[in-house]
Design a protein around this ligand. Sequence first.
Ligand code: 5GP
Ligand code: MG
Length: 174
Amino acid sequence: MEILLSEDQIQRRVEELGRQIEADYQEKHLTIVAVLTGSLILLADLIRQIHLPLRVALLQASSYKGATTTGGALILNEAFAPDVAGRDVLLLDDILDTGHTLGTLVRRMGERGALSVKTAVLLRKIGRQQVHLEPDYCGFTIPDRFVVGYGLDYDDDFRHLPHVAVLDETNLPK
Ligand code: 5GP
Ligand code: MG
């Protein structure tokens, strides 16, 4: 597999993002709402770079694999994100692709009474976005390839790689 982002590169960038977030959330009521499962590793690394009082909440979002892929219908499990009312929410996801996931979640956090809602992603894919949304914090912009590692999976494998790699799907038995 071709390594796109090394462990070192990612760690350095996550540190920078942590410092930025730390500066921006002084005196705020920060709740980081991480989108499972892809943002798990980023969450663990990032929160250890933010030296502020903060809460962590989790939710799971899976896109509905129906006849249409453009509707952005999401199945949400919010059981572990009970407490966002009055909080400054920072939504955290692994990758911004079409934008449907984060677009929907930003709206949802507003409906649930968040004081403010911002977004942070490790990766943003070029040329794929359908929903207008500028992530407030973005680790890296990457070409339109399918990537795995550092939380991102293929068929529930590869999440544990410390780097981000391009998956050559033609080489995989399926
Ligand atoms: P969006 O709603 O922005 O289209 O999709 C975001 C979700 O699609 C991500 O949270 C991630 O689960 C998945 N995704 C998009 N591109 C990739 C990719 O290159 N690799 C992996 N593993 N997942 C991806
Ligand atoms: Mg995801």
